[in-house]
Design a binder for this molecule. Structure first.
Ligand code: PLP
Length: 405
């Protein structure tokens, strides 16, 4: 009897990438990191798309191999980015320090592929963005995790891990961090820790992959300098995205750093780049001032939604859960108190139409994160927040051990 062979590679069998949390039409969507569809800048984007194509029909082409736009991306957008990334790349930075990618996920995946061989050690924050865990596993990297607290990644604990693995001859090769409005915790890495992380990278010769996907979405307080700004040795690769600020469908993100790091990315790249048309349109969007005006509007809208959600949590979930008010990003990270049976609560909330992300998804190990929930305030319509959080609060109360006793 012939057995039908499984055509999938072992990596795809063992670590499938499923987009967790994308449920069909939930009543209240507090799930993925999706921007608010009510605020997409349609008119300006459409005008920029049409201007880009009318001014230069060549934007419908692949990039060129000679001017490196095929591997590095459309150059007017890279020039805009270079200008906006400011001094972090050093005074002599030029277009060789910026590359466009398919969202920031494209940059992260490319960096993982370009810098990690099977068995190499990659350090991830715990908890972290689930896609990073999947990517590291698919590459057969060896994962170590380092906790995140209110001030972001515990760089003290990272230093211990790095030193001990180095002594064992199995050094950490790459540290993936989301220092600003970390996913899922919302924490911001303290400046002193940023400086120390860059210094550790130099001392132990590892690469820091700094994910700044949410960094522009700050609602309170002053911006914090990037980890990259503390790096003198070209060991920090910073990635970012226009998905959360403008529109994910553009699929435009970027990687910025030392030209040698980007050369390595370019040499591993096999996707023929990102849409020149979308990139040129986005460059026009930035140059015309649409981006800055749009971002100001978005910051006001998200700040308001965050505050509505916080007020609703105080009303509905006080005594059942604890959380910090996030200073930016899209998420609240709820720690359910021990008296709440988290499994029962999330099931009940889901049955009543609440979509949010169970904490387990953000840890490499399923046993962790059981009392945690990530609640996104970005996507849900403003006038649905109170009702949704009331439904969640009812589920938590009904699942508290007191209620069940
Ligand atoms: C932490 C983090 N990094 C990167 C990404 C990728 O975003 P994109 O590829 O759309 O830029 C996401 C998207 O949810 C994210 O949450």
């Amino acid at each position: 009897v012939s057995k039908t062979p499984d055509l999938r590679a072992a990596a795809a069998r063992l670590t499938p990438f499923t987009y967790v949390g994308a449920q069909s039409a939930p009543g209240w969507s507090f799930t993925g990191g999706f921007p608010d569809p009510a605020h997409f800048p349609f008119e300006e984007l459409l005008a920029c798309l049409s201007d880009a194509a009318l001014e230069d029909p060549g934007v419908l082409q692949y990039g060129g191999p000679v001017d490196e736009t095929l591997r590095y991306g459309e150059s007017t957008l890279r020039a805009e980015l270079l200008h906006r990334l400011g001094d972090d790349l050093g005074p002599s930075a030029d277009l060789a320090n910026v590359m466009l990618t398919t969202g920031s996920i494209g940059a992260i995946e490319l960096a993982f592929r370009a810098f990690l061989d099977p068995g190499d050690v990659v350090a991830l924050e715990s908890p972290t963005w689930p896609a990073a865990i999947v990517m590291a596993r698919q590459l057969r990297a060896k994962l170590v995790t380092v906790p995140v607290d209110r001030d972001g990644l515990s760089v003290d604990q990272l230093a211990e891990v790095v030193a001990s693995l180095d002594a064992q001859g199995n050094p950490v090769k790459l540290v993936y961090t989301i220092p600003t409005f970390q996913t899922p915790t919302g924490s911001v890495l303290h400046p002193a820790r940023r400086a120390r992380l860059a210094a550790l990278a130099a001392e132990y010769n590892f690469l820091v992959l700094e994910d700044g996907t949410y960094a522009a979405l700050r609602y309170d307080g002053d911006p914090v300098a990037s980890v990259q700004s503390y790096d003198a040795g070209g060991r920090v690769l910073r990635v970012g995205s226009f998905s959360k600020t403008v529109a994910p469908a553009l699929r435009i993100g970027w990687a910025a750093g030392d030209a040698r790091l980007l050369e390595t990315l370019a040499s591993a790249r096999t996707d023929l780049g990102v849409s020149h048309w979308a990139a040129r349109a986005l460059a026009l969007f930035l140059r015309a001032g649409h981006y800055d005006r749009h971002l100001d509007r978005m910051l006001a809208a998200y700040r308001h939604k965050r505050d509505l959600l916080h007020a609703a949590l105080v009303r509905e979930c006080a005594g059942l859960a604890d959380w910090e008010l996030p200073a930016g990003g899209y998420f609240f990270w709820l720690r359910l108190r021990e008296l709440v049976d988290a499994g029962a609560a999330t099931q009940l909330a889901a049955d009543d139409g609440i979509a949010c992300r169970p904490g387990e998804q953000f840890f490499g190990l399923p046993a962790e994160g059981a009392q945690l929930l990530r609640i996104a305030f970005s996507q849900i319509a403003e006038d649905r927040i109170d009702e949704g959080i009331a439904v969640l609060g009812r589920a938590l109360r009904a699942s508290s051990r007191k209620a069940q006793a």
